[in-house]
Design a protein around this ligand. Structure first.
Ligand code: ZN
Length: 479
């Protein structure tokens, strides 16, 4: 007999590659997997009986704004209870590092809002703080283009950057990548980066070619009427720069654009023949971000999540607030600012098509820190497994798991995670395929999922029989 620390015995192993599950065990010593499959020759100091349950790699949430959340709420219960063991922060153009600027920053920086320290002059400083906080999940960091813009241009952001400023941003990006950041993100729909043309992005993305496995993720310029054009721009940015591209939270927003995912996915599939392209998606038909005029005008139903001057309006519909005040919608938005909102503006058919696209990854885009968050913060991963895979049959469990694990680690260059195999880091989730489901709703969003029993992060049991332990073993993810 060989000895291991933890033996997860008798479950159905879904290894994250997309291959179907099989009856097997997983043995772990320290932070590594030492056996997968028939581990009859192994004896565990601790044994987890997984009979009737699925044993899978820990889920990777490729789309988060948790840069500051991992420091302030290092337990990260909204991730751990979903089976998420790794998060990618710094999406949509905004990252907590490298960000030395003082003073108020415009939306969408407010998505990372925090009373405490939330800006770091470089990735090394962020990493040091992360080590002090010791979060429960692993953290990979993208460098936000809006963050770089603030560093090079201050708050003079309503224009394209000059050649000198692009150079300065490029130097800052290279430095961040050298310190362990894993890519670059943009948020071209948002005011701080709207004025940046493709000529500003390409030279930055091109800097990444010196750093293997890096990725360029983009919250595109337009996810509504201009969505096709935006997909073309994103693909073109990848082609011109040579960077691997990920289209963030892909959607076709606004009723006029319902059904257009047929066209966007065809464009993406065609491009995949000649360049590296991926996309992420969350399993809901409502979006969520800062409360902005440009977003609100595209949607009939807008729900206010939080408002700094009017916290009492949290959870109420924008039109009701405006009616109560006897003002226009526009005036109400101005009074609520800074604020966050949920926008009901997508089609279920598009969502299903995007989720079932073979190379779409699952990313929550969850935004912690408000009283009434979008339910995706607590529900994304179990919703894909329970609702879309089991109940709707849109995907097999193995396909669903692949979109949360092996596919994601391959696209983000996290070579020792996302699969159950010998020598891989021991990030593992155990869940019941018959009961796993999200319980977070728009009205009651802070509800943990059902059916997820065990979560191990780097070999450390972080969720045990559905209850979070006090142990936190997350690491900083770098290439
Ligand atoms: Zn975004």
């Amino acid at each position: 007999m060989e000895n291991c620390d933890i033996l997860i015995r008798g479950g159905t192993v879904i290894d994250g590659t997309g291959a179907p599950g099989y009856r097997g065990d997983v043995a772990i010593t320290g932070d590594r997997i030492v056996c997968v499959g028939d581990c009859a020759g192994w004896q565990g100091a601790e044994v987890i009986d997984a009979a009737g349950r699925i044993v899978a790699p820990g889920f990777i949430d490729v789309h988060t704004h948790d840069d500051v959340a991992v420091l302030e709420t290092p337990e990260m219960p909204f991730k751990i209870t979903q089976g998420v063991t790794s998060i990618i922060a710094g999406n949509c153009g905004i990252s907590a590092a490298p960000l030395a600027a003082e003073g108020e920053l415009p939306p969408p920086f407010t998505l990372m809002f925090s009373a405490k320290k939330s800006r770091f002059a470089d990735v090394d400083a962020y990493r040091a703080e992360l080590a002090r906080a010791a979060p429960a999940v692993n953290v990979g960091l993208l460098v936000g283009h809006s963050t770089l813009r603030v560093g090079a241009m201050g708050l003079d952001l309503d224009r394209g950057a000059t050649a000198a400023e692009i150079e300065q941003m490029g130097t800052a990006l290279e430095r961040a990548l050298a310190q362990g950041a894993i890519g670059l993100s943009t948020g071209l729909e948002y005011p701080p980066s709207k004025a940046a043309a493709i000529d500003e992005i390409v030279p930055l993305a091109r800097r990444m070619t010196a750093f293997p496995h890096t990725v360029y993720t983009s919250h595109m310029r337009d996810e509504g009427d201009g969505v096709l054009e935006s997909v073309r721009e994103t693909l073109e940015t990848g082609r011109q720069s040579g960077a691997r591209v990920v289209i963030s939270h892909h959607k076709c927003a606004g009723e006029a654009n319902f059904g257009r995912s047929v066209e966007t996915l065809a464009l993406i599939a065609k491009a995949q023949e000649s360049q590296e392209v991926g996309l992420d998606v969350y399993p809901y038909t409502a979006a969520s971000t800062a409360l902005l005029h440009s977003f609100a005008e595209k949607c009939t139903d807008v729900k206010v999540m939080w408002s700094r001057p009017h916290p009492e309006m949290s959870g109420r519909m924008l039109d009701d607030i405006a009616a109560g005040w006897g003002v226009t919608r526009e005036e109400a938005i101005d009074r609520l600012h800074p604020a966050g909102a949920i926008y009901f503006c997508m089609d279920e058919g598009d969502l299903r098509r995007i989720i079932s696209f073979p190379t779409s990854m699952i990313g929550s885009d969850g935004i912690p820190g408000s009283e009434k968050p979008h339910p995706r913060l607590w529900g994304t991963f179990p919703r894909v497994l329970g609702h879309y895979a089991r109940e709707q049959g849109l995907l097999s469990m193995a396909q669903a798991v692949h979109k949360m694990t092996g596919l994601s680690s391959a696209q983000f260059g996290l070579s020792d995670r996302g699969r159950l195999a010998e020598e891989m880091k021991a990030d593992v989730v155990v869940f019941d395929p018959d009961t796993v489901i999200d319980r977070a709703s728009y009205d009651d969003p802070e509800q943990p999922a059902a059916g997820i029993s065990h979560v191990l992060v780097n070999g450390v049991v972080t969720l045990e029989n559905g209850m979070q332990t006090s142990r936190r073993a997350g690491a900083f993810l770098h290439h």
